[in-house]
Design a protein around this ligand. Structure first.
Ligand code: ZID
Length: 258
């Protein structure tokens, strides 16, 4: 079976949870990365059976989460963590939660993964129009919602199982009588590692209310998806995609008042 790491699961209301369930139903082993400040409540709710109803898979069994890793995707390695965060009591109780360390722990525990899901975003000023957004708020949105994906890919790609390239032969103008058939070759990456993130249409259209630099962050995420597909496809033989999500009443969505 496949092994999936889903970054951005802290309750049973969001996309990360739903994706984990679908993957579990399809037979995948589930590992999740949970934002450090939300870790205690998520783990205790899991243990107390609070999610058991929504953990039920189509065959009646409960989704098993093999391991929950604490994660803060705005920090790449321990040297990046400021002193006040290090000593914050919500953080001091956990360890190895920077992106690089989480990837190392997953490698130690399981060796490799097949699927990486980025289902996290944070924009502290999302409720503010972009004209009123501070530089810090804007950069924080990009750091948590866009660069977090670059960072996850950077550290997880080396432990993802590679796929293989296939040449596909297409016939252009197959029904034309006046032209000779033109054969086009394209290179397609099949099976092997796959990564995905969740975007939002505000990346390319005006969506009032999606402020604080979050529209910018989604535009960056989509642009990075193209570049990363190119780079990580060649370097690691893994696929990189992003889905533009529809509305879901998650915890994050409540922050944007939708
Ligand atoms: P969620 O709260 O379940 O997931 C976000 C997770 O990120 C939470 O678990 C946080 O703890 C975690 N997190 C935040 N900061 C960090 C950090 N520094 N390190 C680690 N974890 C962190 O909400 P969700 O399921 O809505 O969000 C998952 C993804 O879906 C995000 O990328 C969203 O931007 C994206 N998405 C969600 C929706 C939606 O409706 N829920 C839409 C589009 C994209 C959307 O906003 N019409 C109006 C709005 C929308 C669509 C259509």
């Amino acid at each position: 079976g496949k092994r999936a790491f889903i970054a951005g699961v802290a309750d049973d209301n969001g996309y990360g949870w739903a994706i984990a369930k679908s993957l579990a139903a399809a037979g995948a082993e589930i590992l999740v990365g949970t934002w450090v400040p939300a870790l205690n409540i998520f783990e205790s709710s899991l243990q107390r059976g609070k999610f058991d109803e929504s953990r039920t898979l189509p065959d009646g069994s409960l989704m098993k989460i093999t391991k929950v890793y604490p994660l803060d995707a705005v920090y790449d390695c321990p040297e990046d963590v400021p002193e006040d965060v290090k000593t914050n009591k919500r953080y001091a109780g956990s360890s190895n939660w920077t992106v690089k360390e989480v990837a190392e722990c997953v490698k130690q525990d399981f060796g490799s993964i097949d699927i990486l899901v980025h289902s996290l975003a944070n924009g502290p000023e999302v409720g503010k129009p972009i004209l009123e957004t501070s530089r810090n708020g804007y950069l924080a949105a990009i750091s948590a919602s866009s660069y977090s994906f670059v960072s996850l890919l950077k550290y997880f790609a080396p432990i993802m199982n590679p796929g293989t390239f296939l040449f596909l032969r297409h016939l252009l103008y197959p029904f034309s009588s006046s032209f000779k058939n033109i054969v086009k070759l394209s290179l397609v990456l099949i099976s092997g590692g796959a990564t995905i993130s969740l975007s939002f249409i505000a990346s390319e259209r005006i969506m009032p209310g999606y402020g604080g630099g979050m529209s910018t962050a989604k535009a960056a995420l989509e642009s990075d998806t193209r570049m990363l597909a190119f780079e990580a496809g060649r370097k690691h033989q893994i696929r990189v995609n992003s889905i533009s999500a529809g509305p879901l009443k998650s915890r994050a969505a409540k922050a944007i008042g939708s």
